[in-house]
Design a binder for this molecule. Structure first.
Ligand code: ADP
Ligand code: MG
Length: 242
């Protein structure tokens, strides 16, 4: 699904040059659930933004579904991003001026989807994260956990094949973090490929594979025990209620 070979990323300002990725190699197969760990500043977010086609690499190769995507122009990249990729960020990235419904609706609008289909998808996604009754609320009126669930609903409304999550539980208490993880596991069982950056070893252990990044490079990749003995499916609506 995702194959990076010798990827480099250099951020340049007038005074400094930061080598955020140096010869980054990673192959994520279709349907895998991979957890990415590593110290702060090691390049994890840089990797995810390139994987999600939000930024391009400075050098190396990035193939998504067998297509070299590094060289595509902006419009081709946004088209692929819209069709295939969902994002969940630590800082939720909700639009404060839009209510919950409209926040989840935005990426579907970009796809040019008809209003009726969008409404159905938005409502299903919100029901799935236990926020069916909050459509008309604004982000500021929700708790952190609720905001993160809106961000997850926004990612899953588009049925992405590749879900990229950057410390999705970083701002949540441990109970809410486990609920979010259970939801990601459900999506994985339904076929999504998931790449999740996390600093929480317990969550990382629940992924199929752990990839450790240090200083812009993958230094270690190992099978985790996690999904060998999957947790019993949790009814998401029940666990996600505050
Ligand atoms: P992590 O997510 O693992 O904490 P990042 O990918 O955010 O690490 O950052 C990797 C390195 O690249 C850091 O040294 C960071 O300061 C630098 N960096 C990240 N984004 C930018 C940017 N937009 N401009 C300049 N430097 C950046
Ligand atoms: Mg980061």
């Amino acid at each position: 699904m995702l194959k990076m070979t010798g990827l480099t990323k250099v951020y340049r300002t007038e005074v400094v040059e930061t080598h955020a990725l140096r010869h980054f190699d990673l192959h994520v197969r279709d349907g895998e659930f991979v957890a990415v760990t590593g110290p702060s500043g090691s390049g994890k977010t840089t990797f995810l933004t390139i994987a999600g086609l939000l930024e391009s690499a400075t050098g190396g190769s990035y193939q998504l579904d067998g297509v070299e995507v590094g060289q595509l122009d902006d419009s081709a990249r946004s088209r692929i991003r819209n069709q295939k990729i969902g994002f969940i960020f630590q800082a939720f990235n909700l639009i404060p001026d839009l209510n919950v419904f409209d926040n989840v609706d935005v990426p579907l609008r970009y796809r040019g989807m008809k209003a009726a289909e969008r409404r159905q998808r938005v409502q299903q996604a919100l029901a799935r994260v236990g926020l069916g009754a909050r459509e008309r609320h604004y982000p500021a009126e929700l708790s952190g956990g609720q905001q993160q669930r809106v961000a997850i609903a926004r990612a899953l409304a588009g049925s992405p094949r590749l879900l990229l999550a950057d410390e999705p539980t970083g701002n949540l208490d441990s109970h809410m973090a486990r609920s979010v993880m259970a939801l990601l596991e459900d999506l994985h069982r339904e076929g999504a490929t998931i790449v999740m950056v996390t600093h929480d070893p317990q969550l990382a252990a629940r992924a199929q594979r752990n990839v450790h990044v240090v200083d812009g490079q993958v230094v270690d990749t190992e099978e985790a025990s996690g999904l060998a003995a999957p947790a019993l499916p949790t009814p998401v609506d029940a666990t996600l209620q505050p």
